[in-house]
Design a protein around this ligand. Structure first.
Ligand code: ZN
Length: 266
């Protein structure tokens, strides 16, 4: 499966009853719905729970309830969904938090979108090459951010692996912990690896460009948004000199120091 939302578009699911089998459910996730939408839990023809609003905050809870009732009755579960804003973009392979094994955030705060800034970072850590190693790296980074840095969750909105997949961090509309002074009005993508002395692979660069297109097409960034490297907003080497030299040539780029430039860290 190509990741992304349970449903391809809100239009596909309005008024439609969805049948889940034991097999299909485990690979599909409400937490892949970025926002909006409603679901009613209907077990073997009986509505047992009233309408939920699907948000990233309660998506995990809904899934747990569905799994609980499935185990209890062992039958098919029908979930009627009236809308869902897909998290995914059609040209990227997106790995949901559930699939990479994310911990539950300590706290979730939403921001106003579209945002005026898009930041690119590197993780300055090891590269990863496949689903298993990139998922492991996601868990390592999340632990570092939550336990060592004391943040609510992994800092970035999305991370791009050496395998060309996009790993969901905070998603499109959550306040992040990535760029000091800009966490409430910017979306941040971080490329997994250290790109000080070499540029990311073509696979990673293509995925990054597709994600930028997703941000534009999905109205997550303003039409006249600015693209920056982390170093434009603070005294850091991030996103690596080699990668930074490259993104300087990309559309919407605006170099620093930006207003609010600081050496206070993230
Ligand atoms: Zn950075």
């Amino acid at each position: 499966m190509t990741g992304g939302c349970l449903f391809q578009s809100a239009a596909d699911v309005k008024g439609v009853g969805l049948l889940y089998s034991r097999d299909s459910f485990v690979s599909r996730s409400f937490s892949d719905c970025a926002s909006t939408g409603k679901a009613a839990l209907n077990l073997n023809g009986t509505i047992v729970h009233s309408v939920f609003r699907i948000t990233p905050q309660n998506a995990i809870m809904i899934e747990q309830i569905v799994i609980f009732f499935r185990l209890l009755i062992g039958g098919l579960t029908v979930v009627i969904v009236t809308g869902c804003a897909p998290l995914g973009c059609k040209d990227v392979v997106m790995v949901s938090r559930a699939r990479w094994g994310a911990r539950t955030p300590k706290e979730i705060n939403f921001m106003q979108t579209p945002v005026p800034h898009l930041f690119l970072h590197h993780t300055a850590m090891s590269e990863c090459s496949d689903f298993a190693s990139c998922s492991q790296m996601m868990r390592t980074i999340q632990n570092l951010h939550m336990d060592d840095n004391g943040w609510d969750d992994i800092g970035y909105n999305f991370l791009i692996g050496g395998d060309g997949r996009v790993y969901v961090g905070r998603g499109w509309n959550r306040v992040g912990a990535h760029t000091y002074g800009f966490n409430r009005n910017a979306i941040a993508f971080s490329l997994m690896g250290d790109f000080t002395n070499k540029v990311p692979s073509d696979l990673m660069l293509n995925t990054t460009k597709e994600m930028i297109k997703c941000a534009e097409d999905g109205n997550h960034v303003m039409p006249d948004y600015k693209l920056h490297g982390h170093r434009d907003a603070g005294c850091t080497e991030c996103p690596g000199s080699a990668f930074y030299a490259l993104i300087k040539t990309w559309p919407h780029f605006e170099g620093g120091p930006l207003p609010g430039y600081t050496c206070r860290g993230r």
